[in-house]
Design a binder for this molecule. Structure first.
Ligand code: SAM
Length: 313
């Protein structure tokens, strides 16, 4: 196979991005992601599942930052195992596991996963709810909704409701309803190029500009749907500041009760968010968000923001 070539616009953008080592990132794009699973404790104890897999010769290594997460170090796809068919495991990227971890989900909460399909983070949130409380798993795409419903069913999630609406309507329809909101926004996906090189081949500045408007609508809606004292996580698997820092910055400027909280991580390696982009200086608290690049994580790249809605005085 010929060597994949990123678009000229992407190369120009990466040159402008102040915190990235572009050659290292491009090298990482050429490597496949590690195979990783999350053990679904809604259906089986972690130890029993590990014993079953190891009994079949599967070599596993703990993902340091993801509860129930493991690297699969032996050949063969975990998606072809009986453990997968039975819903004992879910194939999920290691960095993707962070978003739901940062949401501080505890049993009994009412949680909205606004852009949920195909359900990696929804099934993870359901696992953390331990069957108590409610998960509203929403997506706007009918096609992707099928995969979401299937995965929730396969993973034995009983306390969920799936909805098929534009996420931008939640804030207006259900203001203050949710204890937790996850906005895992549609994005230009520059953090998962290893999975699909067409992303890098086709990327143009206009893609991020267009998505930025949608992402702002989603984050504002998610914030409005949150109860005072509640928390949300905004996540993308991309690096463009228009899809990340800019979106969070606009939220802080437009909603007086929004506070960006520090994300404390010992691993994977990560960077603080940018303080400015193209001459626009962001609010100071935006720097508390984190950027994770594939060449540093050895897996996907993500941007993560943790936001709290403070109670009015
Ligand atoms: C990054 S993917 C979500 C991945 C998912 N959270 C997971 O972990 O499996 C973004 C999702 O946003 C959905 N989406 C796009 N526009 C939306 C909108 N206006 N409202 C709700 N969902 C939307 C897409 O259909 C897509 O499934």
């Amino acid at each position: 196979m010929s060597k994949p070539v990123p678009s000229e616009s992407l190369l120009n953008f990466l040159r402008e991005l102040p915190d990235v080592d572009a050659p290292e990132l491009l090298k990482a794009y050429e490597k496949p992601f590690p195979q990783t699973i999350r053990v679904n404790t809604l259906k089986i104890s972690e130890q029993r599942c590990l014993d079953m897999l190891r009994g079949k010769g599967v070599r596993l290594e703990k993902i340091p930052w993801g509860r129930f997460g493991y690297y699969v170090k032996s050949p063969g796809s975990p998606s072809e195992t009986m453990e997968h068919a039975l819903g004992f495991i879910y194939l999920q990227g290691p960095v993707s596991m962070l978003a739901a971890e940062l949401l501080d989900v505890t049993p009994g909460l009412v949680v909205l996963d606004m852009c949920a399909a195909p359900g990696s983070k929804s099934t993870q949130i359901a696992q953390l709810l331990q069957g108590e409380g409610v998960l509203v798993a929403n997506d706007v795409s009918v096609g992707r909704m099928r995969a979401l419903a299937f995965n929730l069913q396969r993973c034995g999630v009983l306390n969920s409701v799936t909805t098929l609406v534009d996420g931008r309507s939640f804030g207006r329809r259900e203001p203050g309803l949710f204890d937790r909101v996850l906005v895992d926004a549609p994005c230009s996906s520059l953090g998962i190029v290893s999975r699909d090189w067409r992303i890098a081949k086709r990327w143009k500045e206009g893609v991020s500009e267009r998505l930025s408007h949608l992402q702002l609508g989603l984050i504002l809606s998610g914030f409005d749907a949150l109860r005072p004292g509640g928390a949300m996580v905004y996540a993308t698997c991309t690096f463009h500041p228009l899809e990340n820092e800019h979106v969070v910055n606009e939220l802080v400027k437009r909603r007086a009760e929004a506070r960006i909280r520090e994300i404390k991580l010992t691993s994977p390696p990560h960077l603080k968010a940018l303080d400015s982009w193209e001459g626009v200086r962001f609010e100071e608290e935006v720097e508390e968000c984190v950027r994770i690049y594939p060449h540093q994580s050895g897996a996907e790249g993500f941007f993560l923001a943790k936001i709290e809605k403070i109670e009015r005085a």
